[in-house]
Design a protein around this ligand. Structure first.
Ligand code: HEM
Length: 477
C-alpha cells in the first residue's frame, strides 16, 4: 500500500501481516514513544493504527470532526445480524441520536436530589454492611463492590437491583469479564479478512468464534425478561427508566416510517450491554484502585479520615452537601484516575478522511489511540508524576483545584464518556462512605502490589489481601 511520505514513523512492517513490534501494555507504549516520538504508526493486517502520546496531539485530534468515528468490529453487531447497534461502536446519526438520548436520560435521572443519588446511597449503605463481614482478617476486596456498581447501572436502565449472591448477576459479570479478556481474538478477521474464509471449526479453535453465540445468548437472556416486563407495563405518561424511555421512542419512531429507524428491541439489548460494558468494570475498578492506593499511603488515608471526621459526624450519613467541604477526597479521586489510567490507551477512534496532525498526514480509516496513561505521567504537566499525591489537586487555600490539561480519564471531545457525571457521583459516595467507616491497610509486614495486571486495554489491579478495620466504633455503654 502506498502511504503518503509524511505519515508518522513506526516499527518496520511486513506487507499484509503488519508491524514487527506491537503495543500490548503501557511498557510497549513507553518504549515505542521513546523510539519514534509522541506520534507513531503501527500496522496490523490491513489496518493502520496511530498512537498519540501527548495532550496537545490528543486535543488536536479529538477536536476534529473527522476523528469521531469508531473502528468497526463486526462481531460486536452479531446481535443485530451485522447491522450496527448500540452506542459505543456506531457512527453518524445513529450514534449521535442515541448519545443525545442517553445523555438526556443521565441528566434527567441524575439531577439534584434524585433517583440516581438515592440509588447510589442505597447501594453504598449495602456495601458498607457487606464489608463489615470482612473486617479484621486478611481479605480480598469483595465482589460486592462490583455488584453494587452494576446495580447502579441496572437501576438506571431497568429500575431493578440484584442481591450480592444472585447467580444471574454473578454469571453475567463473569461473562463480561470473559468477553473483555477474549474479544481480542474476535477482532482479528477485521484486521485479516482472509480469516473469514477459514472453515468454521478452525475459526472456533483459533478465534474463539463460538463466543459470539454465547455473547448473543447472554445479552438476550440478561435483558429480555426486563424488556418484556417493561413492554407489558409501559405507561407512556410515567416513564421510569432508560428502558421505558427507549420503548416510548421506539413507538414514536414507528409512527414515522419514512424517518430514520434506529431504535429496535435488539438495538436496546445491545445498548444495555454497552452501558454495562462501559459503566461497571470501569467504575468498580477505579474504586478498587482508590482503596489500594489509600491503603498503601497511610498519610493520605490519615488526612482523608481527618477531613471526613471534621465535616461529618460519626453517626451522620454523608450527603452531596458535604462534597464542597471534602476537597481532599475529591483530590484523591482525581489522583486515583490519574495514577491508574484505567483505560490506558482510550477507546479507539477512526479517521473518516485524511487529516493533518502534528505535521503528519493520517490516512482515512486509521485507528486513533489516545494514550491517556502517557499523558497522565507527562512531566511537562505533572510534577513528580510517579508519586501518588492528591495534594497536586489542592490549591494554596486548601480548596480542590481540578486540572484539565493532560488529564483525560473519561476521554475528551465528542466521544467523551457518557457516564462521567454518574461515575463521579458513584465514586464520591462510595469512597466517602467506605472511608468514613473503615480503615484499609496491607496485612502486617506486607506491601501492596500497585502494578496493573498484564492485560491489554485496561489497567486492572491485582487481587490481593488487605486488612479492613472498623473506625468510629462506639465504646460499649
Ligand atoms: C470511572 C468510570 C469510567 C471511566 C474511567 C470511563 C472512561 C471512558 C472512556 C475513556 C471512554 C472513551 C472516550 C473516547 O472514546 O474518547 C468512555 C466512553 C463511554 N462511557 Fe465511560 N467511563 C466510566 C464510567 C462510565 C459509566 C458509569 C457509564 C454509563 C453507565 C459509561 C458509559 C460510557 C459510554 C456509553 C461510552 C461511549 C461513548 C461514545 O462512544 O459516544 N462510562 N468511558
Amino acid at each position: 500500500e502506498n502511504l503518503p511520505d509524511n505519515v508518522p514513523k513506526g516499527p518496520l512492517s511486513i506487507p499484509g501481516l503488519g508491524s514487527l513490534d506491537y503495543v500490548f501494555y503501557l511498557s510497549d507504549m513507553r518504549r515505542l514513544r521513546d523510539k519514534y516520538g509522541d506520534i507513531f504508526l503501527m500496522k496490523m493486517g490491513s489496518k493502520k493504527m496511530v498512537y498519540l502520546c501527548n495532550y496537545e496531539l490528543v486535543k488536536e485530534a479529538f477536536s476534529s470532526p473527522h476523528v469521531v468515528n469508531r473502528p468497526v468490529f463486526k462481531f460486536l453487531f452479531a446481535i443485530t445480524d451485522g447491522q450496527p447497534s448500540g452506542i459505543i461502536f456506531t457512527q453518524g446519526e445513529q450514534w449521535s441520536s442515541l448519545r443525545r438520548f442517553l445523555l438526556r436520560q443521565m441528566r434527567d435521572l441524575g439531577m439534584g436530589k434524585s433517583y440516581m443519588e438515592d440509588a447510589i446511597i442505597h447501594e453504598a449503605r449495602k456495601l458498607v454492611k457487606d464489608l463489615e463481614k470482612h473486617v479484621d482478617k486478611p481479605t480480598k476486596i469483595p465482589k460486592s463492590v462490583e455488584v453494587s456498581v452494576l446495580n447502579i447501572v441496572w437501576r438506571l436502565v431497568a429500575n431493578k437491583d440484584f442481591g450480592y449472591d444472585d447467580k444471574k448477576v454473578i454469571d453475567f459479570m463473569d461473562f463480561i469479564h470473559k468477553t473483555n479478556a477474549d474479544a481480542g481474538f474476535l477482532v482479528l478477521p477485521d484486521f485479516f479478512p482472509i480469516l473469514n474464509y477459514l472453515p468454521k471449526f478452525l475459526r472456533n479453535c483459533l478465534l474463539k468464534e463460538y463466543l459470539v453465540d454465547e455473547f448473543i445468548k447472554n445479552c438476550i437472556d440478561f435483558t429480555k425478561e426486563a424488556i418484556d416486563e417493561h413492554r407489558a407495563n409501559l405507561d407512556p405518561d410515567n416513564p421510569l427508566d432508560v428502558i421505558d424511555h427507549y420503548l416510548i421512542e421506539c413507538d414514536e419512531q414507528k409512527k414515522n416510517p419514512n424517518g430514520p429507524q434506529f431504535k429496535s428491541e435488539m438495538d436496546l439489548t445491545r445498548t444495555i450491554f454497552d452501558l454495562f460494558a462501559a459503566g461497571f468494570d470501569t467504575t468498580s475498578n477505579t474504586l478498587r484502585w482508590l482503596i489500594l492506593y489509600v491503603a498503601s499511603h497511610p498519610e493520605v488515608q490519615r488526612k482523608l479520615h481527618e477531613q471526613i471526621d471534621s465535616v461529618v459526624q460519626s453517626d451522620e450519613e454523608i450527603s452531596l452537601n458535604h462534597k464542597d467541604s471534602l476537597p481532599y477526597l475529591e483530590a484523591t479521586i482525581y489522583e486515583t484516575h490519574r495514577y491508574c489510567s484505567l483505560v490506558s490507551a482510550g477507546v479507539p477512534h477512526e479517521t473518516s478522511k485524511d487529516i493533518q496532525l502534528g505535521g503528519h498526514t493520517i490516512p482515512k480509516g486509521t485507528h486513533v489511540y489516545a494514550c491517556q496513561a502517557l499523558c497522565h505521567e507527562d512531566p511537562n504537566y505533572w510534577k513528580e508524576p510517579e508519586k501518588f499525591q492528591p495534594e497536586r489537586f489542592i490549591d494554596e487555600n486548601g480548596k480542590f483545584k481540578p486540572q484539565k490539561e493532560s488529564f483525560m480519564p473519561f476521554g475528551i471531545g465528542r466521544r467523551q464518556c457518557v457516564g462521567e457525571a454518574l461515575a463521579r457521583m458513584e465514586l464520591y459516595f462510595f469512597s466517602a462512605m467506605l472511608l468514613q467507616k473503615f480503615h484499609f491497610a496491607p496485612p502486617e509486614g506486607c506491601t501492596l502490589d500497585l502494578e496493573p495486571k498484564l492485560v491489554p486495554v485496561a489497567h486492572y489491579s491485582k487481587d490481593q489481601d488487605l486488612i479492613i478495620t472498623l473506625r468510629n466504633v462506639k465504646p460499649e455503654e
